[in-house]
Design a protein. Structure first.
Length: 145
């Protein structure tokens, strides 16, 4: 009696696995709501942008304005030109990829807020995102939550 060993899978086994993966994909794919992931990511991104603008204003002494526009579903951070000698007006650079600091996502209501050289704001700002979450910039302290 000789023993033969076989390695690998038979064609039938491979086809059955492919069929099972296909069936799982048909039922699982509609349950994944990519829009919610995108909105969550955008909310965190916008919170990060507001915090970054506040930190840059504190570090540089220059006034930084963040505009969140619900009509265009976009945000942008710019230097206002106020705050002393080296401060000039223009777009703020993105901290990691360079270029202007701007982006887009679904925004229900927005506005603009300006951080002074101490990171403070004269007025607060409430930003409503399309998924119902709200971001607040506190008047005075400039704290973002």
């Amino acid at each position: 009696m000789s023993m033969t060993s076989s390695r690998g899978f038979t064609l039938t086994e491979l086809v059955m696995v492919m069929v099972l993966i296909g069936i799982l994909a048909v039922f699982a794919a509609p349950r994944l709501n990519i829009w919610q992931f995108d909105q969550l990511s955008f909310g965190r991104e916008l919170t990060g942008v507001l915090n970054h603008a506040r930190n840059v204003a504190q570090a540089s002494g220059c006034h930084v304005e963040v505009t969140v526009d619900a009509a265009t579903n976009a945000y942008q951070a710019t230097y206002t030109g106020a705050g002393g000698g080296p401060c000039s007006s223009g777009p703020m650079s993105h901290p990691t990829r360079g270029g202007p600091l701007l982006g887009s996502g679904e925004i229900a209501s927005g506005g603009s807020v300006t951080f002074d050289g101490m990171g403070r704001t004269a007025a607060g700002l409430t930003i409503a995102l399309a998924d119902g979450r709200v971001l607040n910039v506190e008047a005075g302290s400039g704290y973002v939550h």
